[in-house]
Ligand binder design. Sequence first.
Ligand code: S3P
Length: 196
Amino acid sequence: MQTGQQTMDEKRVETIHAHLRGRNIVLIGMMGAGKSSVGRRLAAVLDLPFVDADTEIELAANLTIAEIFSTYGEDHFRQGERKVIARLLGGGPRVIATGGGAFMNEKTRAEIGRRAISLWLKATVPLLMERVQRKANRPLLSDADPEAMIKRLLAIREPLYATADLIVASRDAPHTAIVDDALKALEDFLLCENGK
Ligand code: S3P
């Protein structure tokens, strides 16, 4: 029992809050990496608001992402995505889950760099495949060969994802385990930033 004594998690959360300085925590990574599920739980542990950029884009457009792609095309979606993420970054501190392509935009990357700590939720192709097959709502994967598409996108995106402040491995484990890893990574990063 922990009476009159902080648990490891409580201490970690306190350290993170002490050094966050109003910044957001932004989850980046491929479709199916678990950004929304992990982000939502991470926000709950940190007692910060959570927002999902894709949901916000859908609300702003009053259309689903699939409808935006099919009616207006990917470029239009990307423009909306950039604006919505810039707006979300202005309202921090909070935990923000972004769509898999958001970090490819140079302006979005720069804004995230200024106003957030970025966390790449890194996942292997088999894990991504297993996860994305559960939902058929991703226009970029409506392709005949979604695995080839994921590999193609990964080859382009990984070098940029790898510039994130933190990298946490997504794996087939309870979300709480990934959230724990994210908390540790955040604490280490913030302490290191402060030269401790
Ligand atoms: C996309 C990922 C999706 C969504 C859109 C495009 C991408 O979000 O933004 O379908 O380019 O990887 P998730 O990563 O949340 O699936």
